[in-house]
Design a protein around this ligand. Structure first.
Ligand SMILES: C[S@@+](CC[C@H](N)C(=O)[O-])C[C@H]1O[C@@H](n2cnc3c(N)ncnc32)[C@H](O)[C@@H]1O
Length: 291
């Protein structure tokens, strides 16, 4: 049974990168041409575009439970996120801001090196927020459950899901400091309101270790995401890259030494986060690397 699940997951990954991505790019070009012919202008995005293969190494990945719900990334974006997880430096943490149903979280866990803990944060409904949310994203917050796709995953993926620590809170006020400088990958996909994208991006910059990667979703889709990322690039010249054919933006942190990275780098002690709200799906203490 697990063997069949694994074969299916490998085929899903091939489909996502080798069929879905080129087809969706061609469809996007057709839509843009059609709009131009009808005299309608598409909203231009300014970040430099790059092929995902120029930004991440291609690894053998698996994609599980790929059915897309409104609010999820598309399957090509899921595959690129899985590639980023697979390329994460062993022992580094993977952080996701915005769990939703946990489809991306599960696939990050399945493809990450075995000793990479995954932390995902979601906003509970009715929780106070530091900044206003966009009205149209409220349905993503007001949901019955969060992370159900890793909590109730197929048996083939349960040992991977056990590496996930699910935390709850507002990304703007959550205490991220124990993770500063320790993340090999940060996926920013929480609120799409401008103030949140700015704040979550600053958090991601603090979290990411040298050589690590930050990925954002919904660039060119949600105005708050597009504006915040273009402003960062205009002011800081970070080298943000819009991954062609997707709404993902990638930034790789340069090699650096900062006060945040002194502990936990270069073979220092393993990560332990004392976040009382964070509880692993199997009830083990948050963030302790597992066997
Ligand atoms: C677009 S969905 C995330 C989709 C998910 N990353 C995926 O790939 O399937 C956005 C999620 O961010 C959460 N969210 C919104 N505002 C937040 C905040 N201030 N702090 C933490 N999570 C937030 C919402 O509750 C929702 O679950």
């Amino acid at each position: 049974m697990n063997g069949i699940e694994t074969i299916r997951a490998r085929l899903a990954a091939r489909y996502a990168l080798d069929l879905y991505l080129p087809a969706s790019r061609a469809a996007r070009r057709l839509r843009e041409t059609s709009r131009a012919l009808r005299g309608k202008r598409s909203v231009a995005t300014r970040l430099e575009q790059a092929e995902w293969r120029g930004l991440l190494p291609r690894r053998s990945i698996r994609l599980a439970d790929t059915g897309k719900r409104s609010g999820n990334v598309n399957v090509a974006e899921l595959a690129i996120l899985a590639q980023a997880a697979a390329a994460t430096e062993p022992g580094r943490t993977i952080v996701e801001i915005g769990t939703f149903d946990g489809r991306t979280t599960l696939n990050l866990a399945i493809n990450a090196p075995a000793d990479c803990p995954i932390l995902t944060l979601d906003l509970p409904d009715e929780h106070e927020t530091a900044f206003p949310l966009e009205d149209s994203e409220r349905p993503l917050v007001q949901k019955l459950a969060s992370g159900e796709r890793f909590r109730a995953c197929a048996s083939a993926w349960r040992s991977f899901a056990a590496r996930i620590t699910q935390a709850f809170g507002d990304s703007a006020t959550y205490d991220w400091t124990p993770c500063y400088g320790r993340a090999g990958l940060v996926f920013v996909d929480g609120s799409h309101a401008y103030d949140y994208v700015r704040k979550d991006s600053e958090t991601a910059f603090d979290l990411v270790a040298s050589g690590g990667v930050v990925l954002w979703h919904d660039y060119g889709v949600w105005p708050g995401v597009t504006r915040a990322l273009e402003e960062f690039e205009a002011v800081r010249r970070l080298g943000l890259r819009h991954i062609r054919g997707t709404s993902l933006v990638l930034w790789r942190a340069p090699a650096r030494v900062t006060p945040h990275t002194v502990a936990g780098q270069d073979g220092a002690e393993p990560l332990h986060v004392a976040a009382p709200a964070a509880t692993a799906v199997d009830g083990t203490p948050p963030f302790l690397p597992r066997e």
